[in-house]
Design a protein around this ligand. Structure first.
Ligand code: ADP
Ligand code: MG
Length: 477
């Protein structure tokens, strides 16, 4: 846990990094939405053991299939989520109702884009969570990795990099699938399969794909870079629409085709809809129901979204649950080896006893609700106080997870054009992409990686929440 001794970045190096970020679009909207600024990033790539990096990538295709298998098992979703759905009726409950209304939604055509996130604790992977909806930063993350490769050799920064042992030999090979390229390819494959399946119906009708976005999204350029890659590499058009716009503008015809004005929609990729605030009215829920009912490939369906809930991940940690979905014993064991212990807080599964664990040993647990997007978990005293106050029913909206203690390394965090040195912890994400056409898996791959780092003093929070920054991996033996 001792931070490595670190030099500070040179002024020239920081200037080069900022120039690179501006020229290559490592950009977000400022908080007031009026101006653009660079996305926060680390000056150096952060150390990740090569064996952990390789293992995380190796497990990804099995995890993609795991997500699909869980999503299709409506009886499992119901058994696992019924208590949570009661305690969180207006969100988890509604998603479960949507999934149950279309029990075969994923059978024929499906597009799943996930990101599996890990910390490294004592040179072992520890899974933080599986994201099955709106996993972001594929594009800005890839650009950050490219920026680090640039800085490793550029005269303005190479001495800083050499002082940290972050030479190009330690950076992952650029031939690895780049997340935007791999994700755009998956979307294009889903689109083409849809065109083939419905060719006679579509005829000469214009066809497009849709990205569902939050109004006023700050991270729009990460999203748009993916749309641009989809256009450049595959000539597939992707429109940006909010859930409300879908409710107002789209319809499903008698054969299940999703129609937007004169345009037939093949694929819908959600970068919104993961948090209750994305549903300010019934209109947004109507849009989700419309998508479920359509024959477009919807990434994700309600069931796939639910497969990524914290509750499902807690249940997978229980004996035999993971193994029910992954028959290959060695693969199941390798995935299980990445799990941190998780405990149910449902009364019928020993919730009271488990809550006591969290109350008595608050520093070694994290309390997680069924929410995405960072900043929702409770830690330490805040967690202890919350657990003491909650009724048994309220508790079942949460799970209790063993606290992971990743190694701390020094880095320089660059925000608003200035750097600050910090001891940071890094979270490795591996994107997964899966396409099903006519009931067959036609694409299943690890779609590249993302590294995000945050000050070790911060408990929670992602890049979008303003806590973590973009990083890339410096592979060490
Ligand atoms: P979200 O869906 O909000 O991203 P996460 O499970 O990823 O939920 O939790 C958010 C953040 O909280 C993570 O990025 C990580 O920094 C921290 N965190 C989550 N689980 C743990 C854990 N078991 N131990 C330590 N930190 C955790
Ligand atoms: Mg997360």
């Amino acid at each position: 846990m001792t931070p490595e001794p670190t030099t500070e970045p040179s002024a020239d190096g920081i200037a080069e990094a900022l120039s690179y970020a501006a020229c290559h679009g490592i950009i977000v909207r400022s908080r007031d939405g009026q101006t653009l600024t660079h996305a926060p990033f680390t000056y150096w790539p952060s150390r990740i053991p090569r064996a952990c990096y390789t293992e995380a990538i190796r497990l990804t295709t099995a995890l993609n299939l795991l997500v699909r298998a869980i999503a299709r098992d409506r009886a499992f979703l119901r058994r696992v989520l019924v208590g949570t759905a009661a305690a969180d009726a207006s969100f988890t409950g509604r998603l479960l109702a949507l999934a149950e209304a279309q029990p075969h939604r994923e059978d024929d055509h499906d597009l799943t884009i996930c990101r599996f996130d890990y910390f490294v604790q004592e040179k072992q992977l520890r899974m933080v969570e599986m994201n099955t909806i709106a996993a972001s930063f594929a594009c800005l993350g890839a650009k950050t990795a490219a920026m680090h490769r640039h800085l490793a050799t550029h005269p303005a920064s190479s001495a800083d990099y050499a002082a940290q042992g972050a030479t190009t030999d330690h950076l992952p090979s650029p031939e690895l699938p780049s997340p935007p390229v791999a994700l755009a390819r998956a979307i294009a494959v889903a689109h083409e399969s849809h065109l083939r399946a419905y060719a006679s119906h579509i005829g000469g009708t214009p066809v497009a794909t849709v990205m569902v976005v939050q109004p006023g999204e700050r991270n729009a350029f990460d999203q748009d870079a993916l749309r641009h890659t989809l256009w450049t590499n595959h000539k597939v058009h992707m429109k940006r629409l909010s859930l409300h716009e879908i409710d107002v503008q789209a319809s499903v015809d008698g054969s299940g085709h999703l129609i937007l004005g004169e345009t037939h929609i093949s694929v819908v990729y959600l970068r919104a809809g993961y948090t209750p605030t994305d549903y300010p009215s019934e209109s947004e829920w109507r849009a989700r129901a419309l998508l479920e009912k359509s024959n477009a490939s919807v990434c994700p369906t309600a069931a796939v979204q639910l497969a990524g809930t914290k509750k499902v991940q807690q249940v997978l940690d229980q004996p035999h649950e993971l193994e029910h979905f992954i028959q290959d014993g060695r693969l199941a064991a390798a995935i299980r080896a990445t799990f941190a212990r998780q405990y149910s807080l449902n009364e019928s599964d020993g919730g009271g006893e488990h809550a006591r664990l969290g109350i008595e040993d608050a520093n070694n647990f994290v309390l997680k609700p069924q929410r995405e997007g960072g900043g929702n978990n409770l830690y330490s005293d805040e967690m202890r106080i919350a657990l003491l106050k909650m009724s048994a029913e309220e508790r079942s909206a949460f799970v209790l997870m063993e606290r992971i203690r990743p190694a701390v390394v020094d880095n320089a965090l660059v925000r608003d054009g200035k750097y600050a040195m910090a001891g940071v912890v890094s979270e490795l994400g591996v994107y997964g992409a899966l396409v099903v056409a006519g009931g067959d898996v036609v694409l299943n791959e690890a779609a590249g990686t993302l590294l995000r780092s945050k000050s070790a003093l911060q408990d929670d929070g992602g890049v979008a929440a303003g806590v973590a920054v973009l990083d890339s991996a410096c592979l060490v033996e």
